[in-house]
Design a protein around this ligand. Sequence first.
Ligand SMILES: [Zn+2]
Length: 396
Amino acid sequence: MSLGEPRLSDGPTGVRGPTFTGGIAADAGFVGLVERIRRVPKVLLHDHLDGGLRPSTVIELADAVGYPDLPTTDAAELGRWFVESADSGSLVRYLQTFDHTIAVLQTPAALHRVAAEAAADLAADGVVYAEVRFAPEQHLLAGLSLDEVVEAVVAGFADGAATEAGGGRPIVVRTLLTAMRHAARSLEIAELTMRWRDRGVVGFDIAGAEAGNPPTRHLDAFQYVARENGHVTIHAGEAFGLPSIWEAIQWCGADRLGHGVRIVDDIAVSPDDDAPPVIGRLAGYVRDTRVPLELCPSSNVQTGAAVSIAQHPLGLLADLAFRVTVNTDNRLMSGTSLSREIALSAQAFGWGWPDVRRMSVNAMKSAFLPFDERLAVIEDVLKSAYAPLVGTPLLD
Ligand SMILES: [Zn+2]
């Protein structure tokens, strides 16, 4: 992420509004673009609960539990600290920023509050359906059981969504349970996922440092979910390349790829732009079978998975008709929102409203909801909202 880009952080009401860092003012055109996109219904598939706290909430929760290690207790400064610390270009250092958010998320009340606030913040951003993920095994330090952790989060999402619906901003939030790929609890988390499948949990994931922890290390967990007819998404092809993507799909049966951005390594683009790109067998499989890619532009730049937003493979993959979706990953660490990620993408790749609609429809098609529920959102919510916009300009 370049320093001159506008960033979003907590406004005084807790609703995310534009702030600027890096000494270069954001142009009004970009702010207007984000606002236009905020007003249309959108769908989010890749967002981490522990990466989406409001800075002010981190400070209040730290105070409540006596956590002394926050770098600052000023909300604006803390928001900037998370973004700058996550800007290191290394996935491992990026992940270290989570030490603080995990530390304050160890009680049912904290988990419930942060889940409810996530639902509120996403609804305020115009998200109508979201799958938010987290790793229950990271929230056991104060003695909670895995089931108690999930219970608090699921209730927080439901209560937050109910409040938003009452205020005229309906949102559905479902939960994905993540196992940490360096740990050894993945089968247990897979079983937890299936135990909660009819109570708001819709899928299983693994996350954490990718190098040295290939998906096949957790094959028994993925095979268990498959035997139970459950859904799987796997963080793969972020810090590590094609072998990780290949294992995730062909060995572990991933329905979707968390990031999957390095699939571009299997696409040869002619330097003179004359010849069409040559798509390799793995990339061809991903495209042919419509494997959804949960791309997260700002996060990918921060961790070094992409060089810049302008050079992010999202543009090429969208042009080549891969099933691409745009996501936030960690709103706190990237100082972002889904509207902002789509606005950055639209600006970089010259997108219009049909492209924004395509990202929302692609994401809804790829959600881990029952087919009839997905179809209802596409037909009743998305199509009618975008119909009057298609044909009008998105960019200034
Ligand atoms: Zn992620």
